[in-house]
Design a binder for this molecule. Structure first.
Ligand SMILES: *[C@@H]1O[C@H](CO)[C@@H](O)[C@H](O)[C@H]1NC(C)=O
Ligand SMILES: *[C@@H]1O[C@H](CO)[C@@H](O)[C@H](O)[C@H]1NC(C)=O
Ligand SMILES: *[C@@H]1O[C@H](CO)[C@@H](O)[C@H](O)[C@H]1NC(C)=O
Ligand SMILES: *[C@@H]1O[C@H](CO)[C@@H](O)[C@H](O)[C@H]1NC(C)=O
Ligand SMILES: *[C@@H]1O[C@H](CO)[C@@H](O)[C@H](O)[C@H]1NC(C)=O
Ligand SMILES: CC(=O)N[C@H]1CO[C@H](CO)[C@@H](O)[C@@H]1O
Ligand SMILES: [Ca+2]
Ligand SMILES: [Ca+2]
Ligand SMILES: [Zn+2]
Length: 657
C-alpha cells in the first residue's frame, strides 16, 4: 500500500524519484508535446440554478469574524465580507463541509448585474484541496440564485483510509524533489550537481493562503526566470480520493505551468498552462471560398499541430513562423515595419463592412490573408511540402532545409489592381505574395477575401520550390512548364474549395467574387460541352499565354481529380490526410509528381510523373482511371508534342487498362 504522507518522502525519493542524470548539465529543452490535463471529477462542479432563490442571513454572518479573517491581504468592503460569510455558511450547511474548512478566495460585486460572486476552496488542516472549489452567486436582495461546487464529500473517510494524510512537511528539499518530478514530466533532466545548487526558502502568502517555498537558481531550460514556487496542497482525484501534492509553478518560453505533483507516486497528477496561447480569427473559414458564398465565423486555434507545432502567431499580430501578413498601400518593397493588426490577446476579430471601400477593413483583410496563407502552409506541409522539401518557414523545427523564408504577404498592395502575384526565390529567401484590390465594382473588392486567389498564388510557391528541387527557382518559367505552373495553382485552389456536396457535375470558376465572373475562358467542368479544352489547344495562337496553357492543364487535372473521387470516395476534411480518399490522393500525387518531374517539364513529363507518384503511393490501383481522364482531354498514351511546337492528341489508354 502506498503512503500518502509527505514526511519521510524526501529520503524515500532520493532513491526512487530522482531524475535521471544526463551527460550534459541540462538536457534538451522541453518537448513541444506536453499537454495540460487534470483529473475529471464526474458530476461535480456543475452550475446549479436555483429557480427559487435561497435567502441568506447576511446580518448574522456579518458578526461572524472567524469567517471574515480568512480573507486577508485584500480590502473587501464590509458588505461583501458579510455576503461571503453568509455564502460560506450556506455551502457548509448544504454540503456537509465545516465552514472553517472553506476558504474564501475572492468576492466581488458585478456593477451591471448587482450580483455578488463568491469563490471558495475547501481546505484540510488549513491546506487547500486545490480542485475542491465552489462559487455562489448572490443577487442584490441577498439570495443565492445559482451555485456550483466540487467539494470532497467524504474527506474524513478518505483521510482515515490514508494514515499519514494529516502529516505536513516544511522540508525545503521536498519542494526541490517536486520540482524535479515536474522537470521529468516536461522531459527536462537536471543533473544532480545542478539540482544541488537550487536554493529554497519559505515565503509567507500575502493573500491568506498557506506559505510557499521559493526555489531559486533553477536551470534556465526549466524556468526562464530561474525561479519556481512550490506549495503544499491536496488534490482530489477522479475516483473521489484525495492525495497530498505540491503545487509547482514555473514559467517557460511558451508555457506557464501550474502543476500538482504527487510526490508519493512520483508523478504529476494535474497540469495547467496559464499561457493563453489560443489564437482566434474572425474570417471566412476554409470551407467558405469568398464573401459570395458564406459568412465569416470565429475560428479558434486552427493551426495543425504537426505542420505548425507552435501555432501560427509569434506574438500578438499577423506574423509568425510561416507568414508575415501586413498591408502595403504604397506598393513599395518595405514590409517589415508595415501596418499589422494588434492582437495582444490572440483575438484577431475585426470589423468588415463590404458596403465600404476595402481600406476601411484593412485589419480584417490582413487577418484573412494571414489565415489563408497559413491554411496553405499547413495543408501543403501535411502533403509533403515540408522543411526538407524547401517550404516557407522562418524556423525549421526539423533542422532540415533552409529557414528564414516565411512568406511576405501584402494585403491591399498598392503596386497594382485587378490581379495578384507571387515571387518565389530559392529556398532560404523569402517569397512575396502581393494581393490587389479589384476595381470592377463599387465599392471595390479585395482579393485578400477570396480563397481561390490566395490559394492559387501560394501554390506558385509550392510548384516552383518542388519542381527541380528547392534551390532551383528557374524550372517553371517558360512555355508549357510556365503554363502548368498556372494550372497547378488553379488545381490546388479547386481541391481546397471542394465540398462534400459537390459532384462530378459541379463546375467551378475562379475569381467569382472579385471579378464578378470567371477569370478563365471556361469553367472547370467534366463536361466536354461546358469546357472543351484539350491537349491540341496548345497549338492555338490564343493559347500561347501561360494562363491559357494553365487552363488546359488544370482542366485535365480536374478530370483526374473527379476520376479519383468517383473511384475512391471523398474526404470531407482534406487536412486529415486520409490517403484512401480520392481528393486526398489527388493532392498527394500532384505534390509527389512535382518532386519527381524534371526541371522545365512538358505536359507529358508531368502526366508521367503523376502516374509514377500514384504507383508509388498505391501500387498503381488508380492507374487506369488516371489514364482515362488524361486521354479524355487528348493526353492519352500516344499523345506527343514539343514545347512550343506541334501537339498531337491521342484518346487511348494503355493496353492493360
Ligand atoms: C454564477 O457564477 C458562475 C461562475 O462565475 C457563472 O458562470 C454564472 O453565469 C453565474 N450565474 C449568474 C446567474 O450570474
Ligand atoms: C470516499 O473515500 C474513499 C477513500 O478514499 C474513496 O475510495 C471513495 O471513492 C470516496 N467516495 C466518494 C463518494 O467520494
Ligand atoms: C493535422 O495533420 C495530420 C496529418 O499530418 C492529421 O492526421 C491531423 O488530423 C491534423 N490535425 C488537425 C487538428 O487537423
Ligand atoms: C512514395 O510515397 C510515399 C508515401 O507513400 C512518399 O513518402 C514518398 O515521397 C513517395 N516517393 C515518391 C518518389 O514519390
Ligand atoms: C501507341 O503506342 C503504343 C506504344 O505505347 C504502340 O504500340 C502503338 O502502335 C501506338 N499506336 C498508334 C496508333 O500510334
Ligand atoms: C539549412 C538551414 O538553414 N537550416 C535551418 C533550418 O532552421 C533551423 C532552425 O531555425 C536552423 O537551425 C537551420 O540552420
Ligand atoms: Ca525554407
Ligand atoms: Ca524548384
Ligand atoms: Zn498565377
Amino acid at each position: 500500500m502506498r503512503t500518502i504522507g509527505l514526511i519521510g518522502i524526501a529520503a524515500a525519493l532520493a532513491a526512487s524519484y530522482l531524475p535521471t542524470v544526463s551527460a550534459s548539465p541540462v538536457a534538451a529543452a522541453a518537448a513541444g508535446g506536453v499537454k495540460p490535463f487534470r483529473p475529471i471529477l464526474k458530476d461535480k462542479g456543475r452550475l446549479v440554478v436555483h429557480n427559487e432563490p435561497i435567502s441568506l442571513d447576511i446580518n448574522e454572518a456579518a458578526s461572524d469574524t472567524a469567517q471574515q479573517q480568512q480573507l486577508v491581504g485584500t480590502k473587501i468592503p464590509d458588505e461583501e465580507q458579510s455576503i461571503a460569510s453568509a455564502a460560506i455558511k450556506y455551502l457548509s450547511s448544504t454540503h456537509g463541509v465545516a465552514a472553517d474548512s472553506i476558504r474564501t478566495t475572492s468576492v466581488y460585486t458585478d456593477t451591471a448585474s448587482g450580483i455578488t460572486h463568491v469563490y471558495a476552496v475547501q481546505t484540510f488542516n488549513g491546506i487547500d484541496i486545490s480542485n475542491a472549489v465552489a462559487n455562489v452567486n448572490v443577487s442584490k436582495d441577498g439570495k443565492v440564485i445559482s451555485s456550483s461546487e466540487s467539494f470532497v464529500g467524504n474527506l474524513t473517510a478518505s483521510a482515515a483510509a490514508h494514515p499519514g494524510f494529516t502529516a505536513q512537511s516544511s522540508s525545503l528539499d521536498v519542494a526541490k524533489q517536486a520540482l524535479a518530478v515536474l522537470g521529468q514530466h516536461l522531459d527536462i533532466a537536471v543533473e544532480q550537481s545542478i539540482s544541488n545548487k537550487i536554493t529554497a526558502s519559505a515565503v509567507a502568502s500575502s493573500t491568506g493562503g498557506q506559505p510557499y517555498i521559493l526555489l531559486e537558481k533553477v536551470p534556465e531550460a526549466l524556468s526562464i526566470s530561474g525561479t519556481a514556487t512550490a506549495q503544499m496542497a491536496f488534490t482530489q482525484q477522479a475516483d473521489g480520493s484525495v492525495v497530498a501534492t505540491w503545487l509547482v509553478n514555473l514559467e517557460q518560453q511558451d508555457h506557464w505551468w501550474n502543476a500538482q505533483v504527487d510526490l508519493a507516486a512520483g508523478k504529476v497528477v494535474s497540469l495547467a498552462d496559464w499561457y493563453a496561447s489560443s489564437e482566434s480569427y474572425y474570417v471566412y473559414p476554409k470551407d467558405v471560398v469568398s464573401p459570395a458564398s458564406g459568412k465569416r465565423t470565429l475560428v479558434v486555434d486552427p493551426a495543425n499541430s504537426s505542420a505548425s507545432p507552435k501555432g501560427w502567431v509569434t506574438e500578438g499580430s499577423t506574423y509568425g513562423n510561416n507568414v508575415w501578413a501586413q498591408n502595403n498601400p504604397l506598393g513599395g518593397n518595405g514590409w517589415k515595419n508595415n501596418h499589422r493588426p494588434d492582437a495582444q490577446d490572440g483575438k484577431f476579430e475585426y470589423d468588415l463592412d463590404l458596403t465600404q471601400q476595402p481600406s476601411s477593413y484593412v485589419d480584417a483583410a490582413i487577418t484573412q490573408l494571414f489565415y489563408t496563407n497559413n491554411i496553405m502552409h499547413d495543408l501543403s506541409y501535411i502533403y509533403g511540402f515540408d522543411e526538407a522539401a524547401g517550404n516557407f518557414q522562418d524556423v525549421n523545427y526539423s533542422g532540415k532545409g533552409a529557414g528564414n523564408d516565411a512568406v511576405i504577404a501584402n494585403a491591399q498592395d498598392g503596386s497594382g489592381t485587378n490581379n495578384a502575384n507571387f515571387a518565389t526565390p530559392p529556398d532560404g529567401q523569402r517569397p512575396r505574395m502581393r494581393m490587389y484590390v479589384w476595381t470592377m465594382t463599387n465599392p471595390q473588392r479585395d482579393g485578400d477575401l477570396e480563397q481561390d486567389i490566395v490559394a492559387h498564388e501560394y501554390t506558385h510557391g509550392i510548384s516552383n520550390r518542388l519542381t527541380g528541387g528547392p534551390s532551383n527557382a528557374d524550372c517553371l518559367n517558360y512555355g508549357e512548364s510556365g503554363g502548368m505552373g498556372e494550372g497547378w495553382s488553379d488545381a490546388v485552389a479547386n481541391i481546397l474549395r471542394l465540398k462534400a456536396s459537390d459532384t462530378k457535375d459541379t463546375d467551378l470558376i475562379l475569381g467569382d467574387y472579385v471579378y464578378t465572373k470567371n477569370i478563365r475562358n471556361y469553367p472547370y467542368s467534366t463536361s466536354m460541352r461546358t469546357n472543351p479544352s484539350t491537349y491540341k489547344y496548345l497549338d492555338r495562337p490564343d493559347y500561347q499565354e501561360v494562363h491559357a496553357i494553365g487552363e488546359v492543364w488544370a482542366e485535365m487535372l480536374y478530370e483526374v481529380m473527379w476520376a479519383l473521387i468517383e473511384k475512391n470516395g471523398f474526404a470531407d476534411d482534406i487536412f486529415a490526410h486520409d490517403l484512401s480518399k480520392g481528393n486526398s490522393i489527388m493532392l498527394q500525387i500532384l505534390l509527389d509528381g512535382m518532386k519527381l518531374q524534371p526541371c522545365t517539364p512538358t505536359f507529358i513529363d508531368a502526366r508521367n510523373a503523376i502516374l509514377q507518384a500514384e504507383k508509388n503511393l498505391t501500387g498503381g490501383k488508380n492507374k487506369c482511371v488516371i489514364w482515362s481522364a488524361f486521354a479524355k482531354r487528348g493526353l492519352g498514351v500516344n499523345a506527343s508534342g514539343q514545347d512550343g511546337g506541334k501537339h498531337s492528341e491521342d484518346y487511348t489508354v494503355p493496353s492493360d487498362c
